[in-house]
Design a protein around this ligand. Structure first.
Ligand code: MLC
Ligand code: AMP
Length: 522
């Protein structure tokens, strides 16, 4: 028996999720693709044990719990435990390498670091060297020191009372200049978004005549999409998750007959379309396919409808804001229109402004700015950056460029930030250019995004050698692989005599994109 209802803990996101668990706690909450089942009671008790472990460490309020582990149900329990204990969850992409991880740890100063045992040999020294007091391991086969110690802890835990504005998570997002910034998200930010989406997307609960939804969870759990949108959506509606540790299009398609909801970045949809098994029959139980994190091509949208009879619902969000807009779920609200990201969600104010600060007219393209209870409270220990990214009247500048059409649908047409979105991951060219520019013999470089049939967009590097130096594009790529997360590595690297520049001396990236746009022609 756990004491974790929502008595007096309205500000704690976990308490709000827990309050929506089904009354039958022995029902299956998560079923893994390896055949393991976790009941709602298992989620509650195991997260209580890990929360007790964390609280026994005597951490200061607001302590950060940094986590770089392979996807597992236990990793999700660690997230829930961090929430219920009142600490701040700091998830890290498993692809990050030494220097990247070191930056995050030095910047965030977590009290606890949890890593895979395979990486402990290099992560632990980085963490302890940066002052982190506790390092645990957690593997995707239910082993590791975290679970060994948690096994000794009580499964009774009183959820920590939180104020709405207490931090729940810090999500690092790279910047167009300088280093990554930690977006600080509060319990209120995340809960308000989860509640809005539960309603807007019509999540079915255990009280529904057709029973609760069943979500196929196939995304990584270190970013907004898999960690918040998917997990919160299922937990706050008492819906079961079919849990895949990694995306496998064949397995997802095979399990569609048991599910009602699927979420993915566009690459996941592209890969599923290549599966013969993807038919109307396979999708007969499905209620909703949701896409986001990157632009969904109209070709994918149309092909999906033709093959499955389902119209993908595209929505738009960010690490700093969670979900901002969504195509309608219910036909009463309107049709789902491909190439648009739908309407601002209830509670979200979205406006489009010109560079001169003037409000754009219908269909006029400008900068997208947003406010609402879901918008983050600032960048971790970067008050100047935070101030730069908000307008005087409190709107967050998304860096996305778009318009609102006559029917109120938001369209994203580009980005003012120099950013490549590859397979749903953000890659900031400046970070790659900096790494290339540090290599011997390199005078300068430019990295641009070009269309790619699988990842939507991928980086291509164009490099100029110093006088007298000889460079090899493949060698540059190999060298980058030793320094940066794999998804950031440019897929091609060209050595050229000079970069194209305009009369002001600025590199003409648009021209480079044009030159290389056919490299991965579909
Ligand atoms: C993997 N690779 C990528 C890549 N992922 N290259 C470019 N972009 C990517 N996203 C490369 C690797 O470097 C490797 O190259 C090769 O592909 C195989 O690696 P892998 O790990 O086996 O790839 P795979 O498992 O197939 O991963 C592809 C993927 C994954 C699409 C399943 O990238 C993924 O899960 N993406 C989802 C990202 C996501 O969740 N984003 C949400 C952000 S939240 P090599 O050369 O080493 O062989 C957000 C807010 C919002 O944006 O609105 O939701
Ligand atoms: P991240 O910082 O990883 O959260 O990425 C957020 C960015 O992803 C946004 O600022 C957009 O540029 C992009 N994005 C998210 N959803 C969509 C979408 N549906 N269409 C186009 N771009 C999107």
């Amino acid at each position: 028996m756990t004491d974790s209802g929502n008595h007096g803990h309205s500000g704690n996101l976990y308490a709000a999720l827990r309050a929506n668990f089904p009354s039958d706690l022995s029902a299956v909450a998560v079923e893994t693709d390896h055949g393991l089942s976790y009941s709602w009671s298992d989620l509650d008790r195991a997260s209580a044990m890990i929360a007790n472990l964390l609280q026994a460490l005597g951490l200061e309020p607001g302590a950060r719990i940094a986590v770089q582990v392979e996807k597992s149900v236990e990793a999700m329990m660690l997230y829930l435990a961090t929430l219920r204990a009142g600490y701040v969850f700091l998830p890290l992409n498993t692809a990050y390498r030494g220097a990247e991880v070191e930056y995050f740890i030095r910047n965030a100063e977590p009290a606890v670091m949890v890593c895979s045992s395979a990486n402990a040999a290099w992560v632990a020294p980085i963490a302890t060297g940066a002052g982190t007091r506790h390092v645990f391991t957690l593997d995707d086969d239910r082993t590791g020191t975290l679970l060994e110690v948690a096994a000794q802890c009580s499964d009774r835990h009183v959820v920590a009372a939180m104020r709405d504005d207490d931090l729940a998570a810090i999500l690092y997002t790279s910047g167009t200049t300088g280093r990554s910034k930690g977006a600080m998200l509060t319990h209120r930010n995340l809960l308000s978004n989860a509640e809005v989406l539960k309603d807007y997307w019509g999540w079915r609960t255990p009280g529904d005549p057709e029973g609760p939804d069943v979500l196929i969870h196939a995304l990584p759990i270190f970013h907004v999409h898999g960690l918040f949108v998917a997990i919160h959506g299922a937990l706050i509606s008492g819906s079961k998750m079919i849990w895949l540790d990694r995306f496998d299009p064949k397995r997802v398609v095979e399990r569609l007959t048991e599910a009602t909801v699927f979420m993915g970045v566009p690459t996941l949809y592209v890969r599923m379309l290549a599966e013969e098994g993807l038919t109307r029959e396979a999708c007969r139980q499905m209620r909703l396919f949701i896409a986001g994190s990157a632009p969904l091509l109209i070709e994918t949208f149309d092909e999906w409808r033709e093959r499955t009879g389902h119209t993908i619902l595209e929505r738009y969000g960010m690490s700093e804001t969670a979900m901002l807009t969504s195509n309608p779920y219910s036909p009463v609200q309107g049709e789902r229109r491909g190439g648009t990201v739908g309407f601002p969600l209830p509670g979200v104010q979205l406006r489009v402004r010109g560079d001169d600060g003037r409000d754009c007219l219908t269909d006029e393209i400008g900068n997208i700015e947003v406010s609402g209870p879901n918008v983050f409270v600032g960048y971790w220990r970067m008050p100047e950056k935070t101030a730069e990214e908000f307008t005087a009247d409190g709107f967050f500048k998304t860096g996305d460029v778009g318009k609102v059409d006559g029917r109120g649908y938001v369209h994203i047409v580009g980005r003012s930030k120099d950013l490549i979105i590859s397979g749903g991951y953000n890659v900031y060219p400046v970070e790659i250019e900096d790494a290339i520019n540090q290599m011997p013999g390199v005078a300068e470089s430019a990295v641009v995004g070009v269309p790619h049939p699988d990842f939507g967009e991928v980086g291509v590097a164009v490099v100029v050698a110093k006088a007298g130096a000889t460079l090899d594009g493949d060698a540059i790529v190999s060298e980058l692989k030793t320094r940066l997360a794999n998804f950031k590595i440019p897929k091609r690297c060209f050595v050229v005599d000079a970069l194209p520049r305009n009369t002001m001396g600025k590199v003409q990236k648009a021209l480079l994109r044009e030159t290389h746009k056919g490299l991965f022609a579909y």
